[in-house]
Design a protein around this ligand. Structure first.
Ligand SMILES: *Cc1c(COP(=O)(O)O)cnc(C)c1O
Length: 365
């Protein structure tokens, strides 16, 4: 079987550092072995540090980002609750779907794909319902939009609702301050700017979120994701069996978090910005146009329009087969119309950018 060494410049997974791959080859110990408890404690502490939060209920769900999304929503929503869900791409739609499956009423605030959610629309929605929570995507990977959060957080709090954030793509790639921004529940993913293998979802919950959980009238409908059960698995020395943790993935996660902290969050964010600018200048000099207005662009996910006369699939196939480079295509209304070029974590690298620009020039010009 052939397994090529690809350069991962799509919407995730991103390239993984050799130190992280080596960590995955560490011999297994039992998941309740005292040495593994240390691994879990390290992960918890470093997740708090990278999320800039002191929330004691911060841990990693043993499943990908979508399970983190589901963890936040199934624990906080009960049948009959109202939830304001902001939708400006694929992942907002997924949140609305999950909220409705919880039996909640989803009050949708929508923006055109490629634009951020408008503050005014959020205000109107919050005033016209009795919201348990408001959920929003910080970095919409389907469109390349960075959503400003602070004002929406203030409005949500003023309405007495919990502020829930999808930080799957923004985490470890751009500024994200859980405590300072008043975020009550947040989920992310391991395979984007953290550059660990896919399959884990860091999550964090504020005291207000825990209070909402403690005041539920009904059982959480998911056994696996029920926080009141799983939280004991992450409760330090009192740890009790809940499920068998994906031990090798946890070794990888710990190493990836160490690499982030060695680099430093600010340096890491600056690197993501710098490589985004390098790519932007190169693509614009070739005549490409970005989908998103400059001030709302994500540094780690560059959405550009495919120029007239260029076939999406042909170019992406040649990039993969001839250059071993993966980039992402458009989703939904943007299928065949945009490319999504990821510069996430280890993939945010000047050599990667130069290689992609040269390959695109060879194919297109
Ligand atoms: C990738 C992504 C998800 C889903 O994560 P999976 O690990 O694929 O389940 C959710 N939200 C956003 C914004 C994403 O980019």
């Amino acid at each position: 079987m052939k397994t090529s060494t690809r350069v991962l410049m799509g919407p995730g997974p991103s390239d993984v550092h050799p130190r992280v791959l080596r960590a995955m080859a560490t011999p297994l110990v039992g998941h309740l072995d005292p040495e593994f408890l240390e691994v879990m404690d390290d992960i918890k502490t470093m997740t708090q540090e990278t999320l800039q939060t002191k929330n004691p209920l911060t841990f990693v769900v043993s499943a990908p980002g979508s399970a983190g999304m589901e963890t936040c929503l199934v624990n906080l929503l009960e049948p009959g609750d109202e939830a304001v869900i902001c939708i400006h791409g694929v992942f907002g739609n997924r949140m609305a779907d999950i909220a409705e499956r919880c039996g909640a009423k989803a009050i949708k605030v929508e923006a055109d794909w490629g634009s951020p959610i408008e503050i005014e629309d959020v205000k109107i929605a919050l005033e016209n319902c009795n919201p348990k929570l408001l959920a929003i995507v910080h970095a919409e990977t389907s469109t390349g939009v960075l959503q400003p959060l602070e004002e929406i957080s203030r409005l949500t709090k003023a309405a007495g609702a919990l502020f829930v954030v999808d930080a799957v793509t923004s985490y470890c790639g751009t500024e994200l301050k859980v405590d300072e921004w008043g975020i009550d529940a947040l989920y992310s993913g391991s395979q984007k700017c953290l550059s660990a293998p896919p399959g884990l979802s860091p999550v964090t919950f504020s005291q207000a979120a825990i209070d909402a959980l403690d005041n539920r009238k009904t059982k959480v409908q998911s056994w696996f994701l029920d926080l009141s059960l799983v939280k004991n698995y992450w409760a330090g020395a009192k740890r009790a069996y809940h499920h068998t943790a994906p031990i090798s993935s946890m070794y990888a996660m710990r190493e990836a978090l160490r690499i982030v902290l060695e680099e430093g969050l600010e340096n890491r964010f600056a690197r993501h910005r710098k490589n985004h600018e390098l790519l932007r200048d190169g693509l614009e000099s070739m005549g490409f146009k970005f989908l998103v207005e400059e001030q709302y662009r994500l540094p780690m996910l560059n959405a550009v329009r495919i120029p007239e006369g260029i076939d999406d699939l042909t170019v992406r196939k040649r990039l993969l087969e001839e250059y071993n480079i993966e980039i992402g295509g458009g989703l939904g209304p943007f299928a065949g119309k945009i490319w999504r070029i990821g510069l996430m974590g280890e993939s945010s690298d000047a050599n990667h950018v130069n290689m992609l620009l040269a390959a695109l020039k060879n194919i297109i010009l």
